[in-house]
Design a protein. Structure first.
Length: 438
């Protein structure tokens, strides 16, 4: 069971595990409409005072503001994209400013000429505290996107600019976790929403390329423990399933547990900006560099013996290895967030968790783990606020932050990729096993 002997097999499994995410790369036009859509995080709930008070990258919003519904739905003109606190004082910095800004900065470094010809027209059209059903086609929030599309098309035509919708940002799932929706229920509705937005963008604008969804993995399920007393993050698992499906247009930008929250549910203003910058980075990698983006996730494993102990070596896909067990950024919840359960949902004792190479995690246990499930981020069974010190979390990340950083209000942030919550089956101990859909 030597890990070195297995490396060639694991490498082949890993390479076979990254399917094409979409059929056609989006084409950037002169104006590119990108809405932030979903629940309260999409519209910057509690994220104040705002960070983006001036526009340095040429990005745009409608005259009524980044949340046009707060400004009388005024879409009569475009103006520079800046963030403002809502009239009722509830909403502030939205993620879309960080996304558009980081994308444009990266594009300028690659192709300054192209960056001078490209702009994002951004809006934040979500609604706090609602199910995906309320955000689906035929509902009032969805109409905001249609109104944006039609107004953007007309304004672009008057300005002599080409116009398209390459993607949208998606931050939603908390309410559906609270309401105990199932994994399959959520996936079906998410696929339908992407398809509907895609079809309507093509119908309104006439574009050929598919619309992509740059989403997250919800990490605040323990906030809703009273309504749904479980530490199993059903909606988070559905989002990971979607991100790893073949030909999926749900692209996971980051899980959310490593961000600081204002109240255990909503992000602070710098964190809303930082989350947006994560989204903008992944948007750039996908839409400009053509990267088939996938989050960190297990792709293969082997079970063996080491003295009296059993071991599980789990091979991960990591965008930028080596993997790191980071207890400085994330307070260790115990075993770095890993847990083992058998078929009866009974826990197996984990004796140690360690790294065994640049992208292999070794789990040591006193019992045979064959047929069990390895989980990550599911070790706390109580109501807790989200975040890196208290909420559902884990310590596994890659090393992207060594080179990819951003500065927000004079604070420099690493932009590592953090491992999403997962539930991985350990089906056998006699051979290498990989996830079929990965």
């Amino acid at each position: 069971m030597n890990i070195c002997v297995r490396s060639g097999v694991l490498f082949c499994l890993l390479m076979a595990a990254i399917p094409c995410s979409f059929a056609q790369k989006p084409v950037l036009t002169a104006w590119n409409y990108v809405p932030s859509y979903g629940q309260s995080l999409s519209v910057g709930w509690t994220a104040k005072p705002v960070v983006t008070t001036e526009q340095k990258d040429g990005n745009l919003m409608f005259k009524g503001g980044v949340r046009p519904f707060e400004g009388g739905n005024d879409r009569s003109a475009v103006v520079p994209l800046v963030e403002r606190v809502s009239p009722d004082g509830a909403r502030g910095e939205t993620p879309v400013s960080g996304a558009a800004g980081n994308f444009m900065r990266l594009l300028k470094k690659r192709d300054a000429g192209k960056a001078a010809r490209v702009r994002f027209l951004c809006s934040a059209d979500g609604v706090g505290g609602v199910s995906i059903g309320v955000l689906s086609k035929g509902k009032a929030p969805y109409q905001r996107i249609l109104d944006d599309l039609k107004a953007g098309r007309e304004l672009a035509a008057k300005a002599g600019k080409t116009f398209s919708m390459p993607c949208f940002l998606w931050t939603q799932g908390e309410t559906d976790q609270q309401d105990r929706k199932t994994r399959e229920w959520y996936k079906e509705r998410m696929r339908a929403l992407i398809q509907d937005i895609n079809a309507d963008a093509k119908a309104v604008i006439g574009q050929k390329n598919d619309v992509l969804c740059f989403g997250y993995q919800v990490s605040s399920h323990l906030n809703y423990f009273a309504q749904n007393p479980t530490d199993y993050p059903v909606i988070a698992m559905a989002q990971l399933d979607l991100a790893l499906e073949k030909d999926s247009r749900y692209i996971m930008t980051t899980p959310m547990y490593h961000f600081t929250y204002s109240d255990g549910v909503h992000l602070t203003a710098p964190m809303s900006r930082l989350y947006g910058e994560y989204a903008g980075y992944v948007m750039y990698k996908v839409m400009v560099e053509g990267v088939k983006w996938k989050p960190i996730h297990p792709v293969a494993h082997a079970i063996g013996r080491e003295g009296q102990d059993w071991t599980v070596d789990v091979k991960f896909f990591a965008p930028i290895p080596p993997l790191v067990l980071d207890t400085r950024t994330i307070l260790d919840p115990g075993n770095y967030g890993f847990s083992l359960v058998n078929g009866r949902e009974e826990p197996l004792e984990i004796k140690s968790v360690s790294l065994n190479g640049s992208n292999v995690v070794r789990i040591a246990t006193s019992s045979d783990p064959s047929g069990c499930r390895l989980r990550y981020g599911m070790t706390l069974k109580e109501k807790l606020p989200s975040g890196p010190r208290t909420g559902a979390r884990g310590c596994l990340r890659d090393s992207q932050g060594e080179k990819v950083k951003t500065r927000i209000q004079d604070v420099v942030y690493r932009m590592d990729n953090w491992c999403p919550f997962f539930d991985y089956p350990l089906e056998s101990r006699g051979r290498m096993n990989k996830m079929d859909s990965r």
